[in-house]
Design a protein. Structure first.
Length: 394
C-alpha cells in the first residue's frame, strides 16, 4: 500500500478490493503507516479501489473511532460511492466522488480573475478553472459553501454543482444560461455604458442590503487591520496609529460585502445580473466594497497605466469614469464628495498593498517597490484629514 505526505496530511492509496479476505490485514497496514507518520492526519485516495464490502467499511469506521477524526476518502468511483451511500457511510465518513475529467479546448473564455478563468461549456453551463496550486481544492470547497450561504440570503449568485478536473487543474461547473460578463459587454458595446452603470449600482445596493448573523462571515475591519499590520515597517508611527484608529473606530456592521465585485465578476444572464467569485465575502461598511473597486479600477493604473487595458480591456479614463459614475449612482448624488473619496482611497490603498505584497514581507520587483512607495505616501497624506471611514457619514 503506497502512502505519501502532503502538508499536514498522510495520503494512503487504496487499490483492488477490500473484503472479508483482506480487511484485517489492510487495517493493520493502515495502522502501521499512520504510526510511521506521526502528527499527520490520514486521508485515503480511492482511485484504485474497485470494491468494498461491509467488512471493508468497518475498517474505516473502526479507524474513525480510534483516531477521533472524520475520515476522508476521495477519488471514489461511482460504483464504490454507491456502496458507501447505500449503507449510510457517507453520513459517517467524508466520501468524495472521483471528479469528472473535462477539457476546455475550443471553449470560449468568458471571464478571468485572480483565482481562475471561466469558460462556457454549452448554452446552459460554464466551468471555472482555478489557477494551479495545492490550495485550489480547499478554495473551491470554501467558495461553494459561501455561494450557497449568499444564495440562501437572497444574493444573486450561481452555485457550483460539480467539482471537476480540467486539463490537469481543478474546476467547478455551474449553470449560467447564455451568460457573459458585464465587462465583456462593456468592451464590445461601449454605448451600453449608462445601462450597465445603472444595473451595476443597483446590484451593489442589493448586496449591501443583506444582513447576516455575527460570525457567519469574516469581519472586514479585521481583514483591513491585518492588511495594515503588514505595512507597519513602511509607515510612520503616527500614520500607522492614525489609520488603525480609523478602522477600529468603525462600528460593527453586519451587512454583506462581496469584496471583489468588479465587472468581470458580474455576469449578465436572463436579463439579470449574477455574481461569481464568492471567496472574498465579508461583513462591514460599504466603504470596504468600494475599496476593492478602487483597487481594481484606479490603484493598479497609477504606476502601470496599461494595467486596466491588459486586465479589463478598458482604458484608464473609462475605468475612472466607471468607478465614479457607479459610486454617484449608488450614493444618489451628482458628484462624489471629496470626503467620501478620501475614505475610499485610504481603505483602497490598504487593499491594494495587501495584493502588492501578497505573501512577501517586501516588494518583489521595481514596480511593486514603486507602488509601495507611492501608496504609503498617499496613506501618510490621507489619514490626518479623515474623521471617519463610514461611507455614508456626513
Amino acid at each position: 500500500m503506497k502512502a505519501y505526505e502532503e502538508t499536514d496530511q498522510l495520503i494512503i492509496c487504496l487499490d483492488g478490493r477490500i473484503d472479508s479476505n483482506n480487511a484485517s490485514a489492510i487495517s493493520q497496514e493502515i495502522d502501521a503507516l499512520i504510526k510511521a507518520h506521526p502528527g499527520k492526519c490520514p486521508s485515503f485516495d480511492a482511485d484504485g479501489l474497485e470494491y468494498i464490502s461491509s467488512a471493508g467499511l468497518r475498517v474505516f469506521l473502526a479507524l474513525r473511532k480510534r483516531t477521533g477524526r472524520k475520515i476522508t476518502l476521495f477519488n471514489v468511483s461511482l460504483p464504490v460511492y454507491d456502496i458507501f451511500d447505500t449503507t449510510g457511510f457517507t453520513q459517517l465518513l467524508d466520501v468524495r466522488k472521483k471528479p469528472r475529467e473535462l477539457s476546455v479546448e475550443g471553449c470560449p473564455l468568458i471571464g478571468a480573475g485572480a483565482c481562475g478563468d471561466v469558460y462556457r461549456l454549452d448554452d446552459d453551463t460554464v466551468v471555472k478553472v482555478y489557477h494551479p496550486g495545492a490550495s485550489s481544492l480547499p478554495l473551491i470547497e470554501e467558495e461553494r459553501s459561501l455561494a450557497r450561504m449568499a444564495f440562501l440570503n437572497g444574493v444573486p449568485t450561481a452555485i457550483p454543482f460539480d467539482i471537476v478536473r480540467v486539463d490537469g487543474q481543478w474546476g467547478t461547473v455551474f449553470e449560467m444560461v447564455k451568460a457573459q460578463s458585464c465587462n465583456t459587454i462593456l468592451v464590445s458595446h461601449p454605448e451600453q455604458f449608462p445601462q450597465i452603470v445603472e444595473k451595476y449600482a443597483e446590484l451593489l445596493r442589493s448586496v449591501h442590503n443583506v444582513t447576516m448573523e455575527r460570525g457567519t462571515l469574516p469581519d472586514s475591519r479585521k481583514r483591513y487591520l491585518e492588511h495594515l499590520s503588514r505595512l507597519k515597517p513602511f509607515l510612520s508611527p503616527q500614520a500607522f496609529d492614525g489609520v488603525k484608529a480609523l478602522i477600529t473606530d468603525l462600528p460593527e456592521d453586519l451587512h454583506l460585502v462581496h469584496g471583489d465585485i468588479h465587472l468581470k465578476n458580474v455576469m449578465y444572464t436572463d436579463d439579470s445580473l449574477m455574481l461569481i467569485d464568492m471567496d472574498s465575502l465579508g461583513l462591514g461598511d460599504p466603504v470596504f466594497e468600494f475599496a476593492g473597486l478602487f483597487t481594481a479600477y484606479i490603484a493598479f493604473n497609477e504606476d502601470t497605466p496599461d494595467n486596466s487595458m491588459d486586465f479589463f480591456g478598458l482604458d484608464r479614463e473609462t475605468c475612472l469614469r466607471l468607478f465614479r459614475e457607479t459610486l454617484c449612482r449608488y450614493l444618489g448624488c451628482a458628484s462624489v464628495p471629496e470626503s467620501v473619496m478620501d475614505r475610499i482611497r485610504l481603505t483602497g490603498y490598504l487593499r491594494f498593498l495587501s495584493i502588492v505584497l501578497s505573501d512577501s514581507a517586501a516588494p518583489r520587483n521595481e514596480t511593486d517597490a514603486l507602488r509601495l512607495r507611492h501608496s504609503t505616501e498617499h496613506l501618510e497624506a490621507l489619514w490626518p484629514r479623515i474623521q471617519t471611514l463610514r461611507l455614508n457619514a456626513p
